[in-house]
Design a protein around this ligand. Structure first.
Ligand code: PNS
Length: 165
């Protein structure tokens, strides 16, 4: 039976750390679904449509990467998609506590779904969507840390914001 994995997250925005994990997952599993959580934050910087559009564009040549959205319980979505695995990235020890709690809660909710943790390449271990947004909004450079399309969209958003002032 082909192994189907779900990589859930907010992806606001997609970073090169996420891209690295998705490519690793696509090599390990027959198919990986990037599942973007609807309404994770009340005021996301990137709309759901933008996040889906960007992620689809970045992986357009990767036939076994699918992009989808979900709401409600992650384990219910995973079961509905008949996937067997949840993929999460682990960057540093600081991620561990939250990830451990989520993995055990998901295991309790549905014991037939396994969580698999994957490490990104070392150069991405300090990147997070939150830091990218903060650094960029304060004028810092984020090239090489996010896909070019994300950087371009960040620039558009900053210009639109400056235009409104
Ligand atoms: O990128 P994030 O914000 O760290 O992703 C968190 C995510 C989406 C994996 C988590 O919030 C989640 O699974 N939400 C769906 C609701 C749910 O199932 N909650 C219980 C998790 S134990």
């Amino acid at each position: 039976m082909p192994t189907l994995a779900v990589y859930p997250g907010s992806f606001d925005p997609l970073t090169n750390g996420h891209v690295d994990i998705i490519l690793r997952g696509a090599r390990l599993f027959d198919r990986i679904i990037v599942a973007i959580l609807v309404n994770a934050e009340k005021a996301p910087l990137f709309s759901m449509e933008e996040r889906v559009e960007i992620t689809r564009a970045v992986f357009r040549t990767q036939a076994n990467v699918e992009v989808d959205t979900f709401d409600g319980l992650l384990v219910d979505y995973v079961a509905r998609r008949q996937a067997q695995v949840i993929v999460r990235g682990l960057r540093a020890v600081s991620d561990f506590e939250y990830e451990f709690q989520m993995a055990l809660m998901n295991q309790r909710l549905n014991g037939s779904i396994e969580t698999v943790f994957m490490m990104p390449a070392e150069q991405y271990t300090y990147i997070s969507s939150r830091l990218i947004k903060e650094v960029f909004s304060l004028g810092g450079r984020v090239n090489g840390l996010v896909p070019d399309m994300v950087e371009a969209r960040l620039r558009d958003k900053l210009a639109a914001h400056a235009g409104r002032k």
